[in-house]
Design a protein around this ligand. Structure first.
Ligand SMILES: NC(=O)c1ccc[n+]([C@@H]2O[C@H](COP(=O)([O-])OP(=O)(O)OC[C@H]3O[C@@H](n4cnc5c(N)ncnc54)[C@H](O)[C@@H]3O)[C@@H](O)[C@H]2O)c1
Ligand SMILES: O=P(O)(O)OC[C@@H](O)[C@@H](O)[C@H](O)[C@H](O)CO
Length: 482
């Protein structure tokens, strides 16, 4: 039996008040899970129209299931083991703009619409100057959204009460401001009237936001067991941890528009989200990103096995406590509490978080999530943080693309993959060559936005560790750092 509204008895129909770009695992297990809870526990009474931002996607599966799907939350909460699941029913329908563009524009005329959510990965909030108003659809997410907003503006003759609130979830800094900037830029490129720009500025509210929940996604390995437990088939089951935090930087009235606190959700509306973002990106995402090459080359595949391994666990813990925390400005006990909680979350016995899924685009993640800690540590202490530097050497070794004579499925920008491929291909096994390789990588300003060879002693330190990793293997090389 397939999950759909015919066989799901409690299915509700909510008015469409929310437009959502993205149908991915994260949004389904985080924001849609929250809206579902708000509908059921505090009469939020809001449905979500999901827009598929890319040509390929999952909205056909969402529609086949009448927008229904199951969220599993597995982990430890306040010391107790929890494993709960529920059917989320806030999604009213999914629209593929590549096949149903007119239907998409029709949504713009809905007077009830109030909030726009998105998660289109770090790649999604980007300007594509080739997008045009007449395209069906525009290729970029901001392009599609600008066309939508212009139709709304026109449909309501510039009525300011029909403005929208934007809360993007993409993990880029100041996501709402970036989105607004691109929309305004497109309005200019498309020569749209000044009154529309005024409407965007005055009737619409763009919030920045920071999301936090580990969502490994579809539980491929357990799906048969889950199907039997549920008694129905669901192609969109999504698994996440119980922990959730959403920090929204915006005016206090957002709490009335999106009253998540009434459902007991951990959603904070704040004036400045910077400290939360820095803490999360540097500690949680930073630890993920720097553990990937080290633990994977060590021979381990998942986050939990990495933190529970005595050597790697110590490496990860020491990296966070000795090298990341000292670069942050929040009170030490707050940072330590957060870090301990993160380590517990990494140990979640129910979640198999593959290192290789985190490894996607590791170079750009290293630049945004780990490099700032290295540079800040160097600037504060006039010495290099050894374990973070070791991770950089391991990253370079990881991009050789081999583990125990097996190919690593690297996933990154093609230019970056080619850079490493060419550099490793020319390796003649000498220490001089490895120094040259490191110098080339650290000097690549496309990756690092700066020449890292200028950081005192960094080239030498990265080379020394890389030579050790190359000669002794990662396991032995790591023991030397510890
Ligand atoms: N999975 C997690 O634990 C987690 C936690 C917090 C934040 N995130 C963030 O969420 C993002 C998505 O994660 P997910 O697990 O939902 O992935 P997913 O692959 O399930 O979904 C990705 C979504 O992004 C869209 N997308 C991808 N590239 C795009 C582009 N260039 N333009 C427009 N849309 C694009 C896809 O259409 C899809 O809707 C990640 O990049 C990450 O930054 C993930
Ligand atoms: O989702 P990514 O690929 O940008 O990063 C991988 C993980 O670090 C990330 O998904 C975390 O699990 C998440 O940010 C926790 O909130």
């Amino acid at each position: 039996m397939k999950l759909n509204k015919t066989n799901h008895s409690n299915h509700q129909k909510y008015p469409e008040r929310i437009l959502q770009f993205g149908e991915g695992n994260f949004l389904r297990a985080f924001v849609n899970w929250m809206i579902d809870k708000m509908n059921k526990e505090c009469q939020y009474n809001s449905g979500v129209v999901v827009i598929q931002p890319l040509d390929n996607g999952l909205v056909h599966l969402l529609n086949e299931q009448d927008g229904l799907y199951t969220v599993y939350l597995n982990g430890i909460k306040d010391g107790d083991v929890i494993s709960e699941h529920n059917v989320v029913d806030c999604v009213t329908r999914g629209i593929n703009t590549y096949t149903d563009y007119e239907q998409y524009l029709e949504v713009a005329k809905n007077p009830d619409l109030k909030i726009v959510l998105s998660n289109t990965t770090e790649a999604g909030i980007a300007l594509n100057e080739k997008d045009c108003l007449e395209d069906r659809p525009q290729s970029s997410f901001p392009g599609k959204l600008t066309a939508f907003l212009y139709h709304r503006y026109k449909a309501f003759n510039g009525d300011k009460s029909k403005g929208l609130v934007f809360i993007p979830c993409e993990l880029i800094d100041r996501n709402g401001e970036k989105l607004k900037e691109i929309i305004l830029k497109l309005a200019e490129i498309w020569s749209l009237e000044d009154e529309f720009k005024v409407w965007l500025q005055e009737a619409c509210t763009f919030c920045n936001s920071l999301v936090d929940r580990i969502v490994p996604g579809y539980p491929r390995e357990r799906i048969e067991e889950i199907r039997i437990e549920l008694g129905y088939e669901d192609s969109l089951v999504v698994e996440g941890e119980p922990f959730h935090l959403w920090v929204i930087e915006g005016p206090a009235w957002i709490k009335e528009e999106f009253p998540a606190h009434k459902a007991g959700l951990n959603v904070l509306v704040v004036d400045d989200m910077t400290p939360y973002r820095t803490r999360k990106v540097r500690i949680l995402n930073g630890a993920h990103t720097c553990m990937v090459p080290v633990a994977y080359l060590y021979g381990i595949d998942t986050v939990r096995e990495s933190v529970e391994n005595p050597i790697l666990g110590k490496y990860i813990r020491d990296t966070i406590f000795e090298e990341i925390i000292p670069t942050l400005d929040l009170p030490k006990d707050e940072l330590e509490n957060f870090s301990n909680a993160v380590i517990d979350r990494f140990k979640n016995p129910f979640i198999k978080h593959q290192l290789m899924s985190i490894a996607l685009n590791s170079t750009s993640k290293f630049e945004t999530r780990v490099l700032p800690s290295i540079l800040e540590y160097q600037s504060r202490k006039q010495e290099l943080p050894k374990k973070l530097v070791f991770s950089l050497s391991a990253l370079i070794a990881f991009y050789k693309g081999e583990r125990n004579n097996e190919k690593i499925q690297l996933a990154d920008d093609t230019d970056i993959l080619n850079l490493f491929k060419d550099l490793w291909k020319a390796n003649d096994g000498t220490e001089d060559y490895l120094k040259h390789l490191v110098t080339e990588v650290l000097g690549n300003e496309r990756i690092w936005k700066t020449d890292l060879n200028q950081v005192p002693n960094l080239t030498e330190a990265v080379t020394d560790y890389l030579i050790k990793i190359d000669e002794l293997g990662l396991e032995k090389a790591l023991q030397e750092v510890l």
